[in-house]
Design a protein around this ligand. Structure first.
Ligand code: ADP
Length: 269
């Protein structure tokens, strides 16, 4: 790797970025999405899911992507995770181009996808076991995470003994147990009732405030995106594009009462 190929500088990444190759060294954000587009090749006709988009996310930022169904939110997230190839443009995380499935990330999907025959603790530790790491070394962290989301005392239960909200909390702990710098969440509250959604939102904000991970959060809920995010990326309908990026300047933790503030209502509007 060339000298200081990746140098962390005041929260920015100075790196050799092919996009900026002509201009030499360039400042980069932690997640750098440059001119990224996606066309799905189907048997009938190509489907343009995303027109070229640019998005730059700083380390420790909580960024939501909100938009109507089919505007390409999940497509974008899967490309950031390296689980789907881009059709154009480039993505880098921490100065490194995303060219394969990323291992140093945590992902939470709408469905918790837990293994029924494993305990709650066993499900969380599955993350480290699948990575060939020693689960014993991560047990204390797993228990700490479970406690922080209100699952202390449930470590030995099995998924079928838990409510939907508890299952999703378990999957959030599983996504974080190996301490990844980046957490990707795709509609994580989608299958939950309103009250549970609200409680998990509070848990996620608290966890984020403690850990300051970079979070990319996909949702179709305007309210949730405002309550959780530093910035909200508003996407327009297919073929997806970025319509607007809002910086949410509200104090944390964001209490339910804040929804009546004029600033909150302005963002919502
Ligand atoms: P969102 O997450 O915003 O609901 P998606 O990223 O899932 O949107 O999908 C964006 C568009 O791409 C949609 O029109 C969808 O039908 C299309 N699409 C998604 N996956 C595929 C695929 N594998 N093949 C063809 N089209 C797809």
């Amino acid at each position: 790797m060339p000298l200081a190929s990746i140098v962390r500088l005041r929260g920015k990444w100075l790196s050799e970025n092919p996009i900026h190759a002509r201009t030499g060294w360039a400042f980069m954000a932690f997640i750098d999405i440059n001119g990224v587009s996606k066309v799905y090749q189907t048997r009938r006709e190509p489907v343009t899911a995303l027109t070229p988009i640019d998005l730059h996310i700083e380390e420790g930022e909580f960024v939501s992507i909100v938009g109507p169904s089919g505007c390409g939110k999940s497509t974008l997230m899967l490309m950031v995770a390296g689980l789907l190839e881009t059709s154009g443009g480039s993505i880098s995380i921490g100065g490194k181009p995303v060219v394969a499935p990323q291992t140093d990330i945590g992902i939470v999907f709408q469905s918790p996808v837990l293994v029924d025959w494993r305990s709650v603790l066993g499900n969380v530790l599955l993350q480290v076991e699948l990575r060939g790491m020693q689960s014993k070394q991560y047990e204390a962290e797993a228990r700490k995470l479970l406690k922080s989301v209100g699952l202390e005392g449930f470590e030995d239960r099995h998924p079928f003994e838990l409510s939907g909200g508890m299952q999703q909390r378990t999957s959030i702990c599983r996504a974080l147990v190996h301490n990844p710098p980046l957490l990707l969440m795709d509609e994580p509250f989608g299958a939950l009732d309103a009250l549970t959604r609200e409680q998990i939102r509070v848990d996620i904000e608290r966890l984020w405030m403690q850990t300051k991970k970079t979070v990319l959060f996909v949702t179709h809920s305007i309210a949730e995106s405002i309550q959780l995010s530093d910035r909200v990326v508003v996407m327009g309908p297919r073929p997806g594009y970025i319509e607007k990026i809002l910086t949410i300047d509200l104090p944390r933790p964001r209490l339910v009462s804040m929804r009546e503030s004029s600033k909150y209502l302005q963002y919502q509007h």
